[in-house]
Structures are given as structure tokens and as C-alpha cells.
Design a protein. Sequence first.
Length: 334
Amino acid sequence: MNLPVRQEPSQQLQQQQHRARHSSEPERPAVEARKRRPHKQRGPRWLPGLVLVMPSLILIGVFVYGFLGWNVRVSFTNWRGLSPKYHFVGLDNYANLLKDERFRADIRNLIIFTVVFVAGALLLGFLMAMLLDRGVRGEGFLRGVFLFPMAISFIATAIVWRWLLDNGSGNDTAGINKLLADVGLGFLRSDWHKSNSVWAIAAVALPAGWALSGYVMALFLAGMRGVNETLRESARMDGASETQIFWYVVRPALRPVTFSAMLIMIHISLKTFDLLYALDQGNLRIDTPSLYMWFTTFDGGFYDRGATIATVLLLGVALVVGPYVWYSLRTERR
């Protein structure tokens, strides 16, 4: 009778390790293959991003573009009074609006306001940017001072400038007229926005340009600081003066900034309402389409005409913003 040979514990351990090693070797390539195998993604890659922004897209679609579409629809109806009327009248509202003398006067005021506002903001912002680009002392403090008007709402700006543009005379003189009288320049006294001149609306552009000049300054300063200092040093080594350096080196780099700032200012001027309303509401000398839209809609109850004016302003803003967006996309592609 053959009895099994008794093995030592060390021999048993070696045999178990040997069997385990040989049994796991065939499985190792399969495990490594599974590790190298890319994880199968569930759904397209753009789906998580779409889910993330979907609430914002829905809100914008309803409360922005939905209401814009509803406003355009109202402009083709004869809705007057509180009871909604959606009887289609075609382009009659637009034809009547073009015949409206007040609307034509408002368009003229808007053009004057836009020209003075844009030119003043660009000029003042450019001069402030030039001052800071020279490396003056206290640049951080001055930058904050220049940007501070932009942080103030147009309502607060209008309240302050309503006192500054006061047209009182004699003992009632205040604001800028008082300052001119104190320095011996009383002959420059003006009624400002309350004068009978067609240029009365230009006085309203002063507070608007003052409020946005800091924003324009920031744009110009960023453009100036974006010019490579090596180009300036090379021009100086070639004997160019600071004026020539600015004209031939810095100025070409500021063209995109100037274009962007000008379009942004025009866009703001077209939809400016709160500044004009708080400065002197009801003054037809400074009346603009935005004010006319407000009064004819909510005071007169002519919702069809108000929607028509709003649609015309929307088209004006689109004509201004459209080229800006096209230019920005074209620049990014380059």
C-alpha cells in the first residue's frame, strides 16, 4: 500500500505560489487589454454642455427673443387702449410713424445726441488714456477716479447734472453758469437743454459722455498697453520722436479699439432713456424716440405705435451691432 508522501510546509507554499503564478499569467494580457480599452462614452460630447446652459437658453428665448417677437407682432396691429387687439393692419403703423412730425424731430435729436455723445466720450476717454499711458504718478488712483462715473447709474448722473445745467439767472444762478460767472466768463452763460435752439439736445450729451468716458479710457489704455515695447524702442533708436512713434506705431494698433468703442457708444446712445427721463421729462427739446415710445405707450395708450417705435429702434441697434459682431468673428478667425 502506497501512502502519500508528506511534504514540508515550505514545499507546499512554493507549490501554491507556482500554481498561482501560472494560473494568473494567461489572464494578465486580458486585464491589460481591458485597461487600454477606451471607456465608451454615453451620448455625444456636447450633451453635458447643452444640459448645463439649457436653463439660460430657455429664459433668454422666452423673456428676450420671445418678447421681441411679440413686440414686432403688436407693431402690425391696431392695439389702442387697455384691451388687447390683434387685428392685422400691415405696414400702416410704420407709414404713419414716418409722417409724424414729432418722430422726425426725435430722429434729428437722436442724431445730434449720438454725434456729440460719441465724439465727446471718445475724445475725453482718449485724452485720459494718453495721460495714464505716460506713466504719471498715482496712476491707480487716477484710473479709479476716471472709471468712477461709469459705476454711477444714469438716474443719479441725471440728478447731479440737472443742477449743473441749471439755467437760472441772477441770484438763482447755479451749477456751471455760476462757475462761469465766478471766473469772469459770465458771457458764456447758457440755458443748456432748456434753450430754444435745435442744439439743446447737445447739452444732454455732456453728462452721457462724462459717464461713459471712463469706459472708453479703459479701452484705449488697453490698446496702448498692448503695443509691444520693443517696437517703440526700435523706433526711438531710429530717431523717431514721440509724436512719430504714436502716429506710426501706436495709432494703427488703436484702430480696432476705436471701431469697437464707437459702435458700443452708438448702441448705447440709441437706447438711452433713463438719463433723459430723469434729467427733464416732458421737455420736447430733448425728446428722443425712446422717450416718445414711453409716453405714447404708457401715457397715451397707443400700444401699436409704441411697439412700432420700439421695432424701429431695434432695427437701428441691429444695424450697429451687426457689423461689430461680424468684425469680431472675422478677427477671431484670423
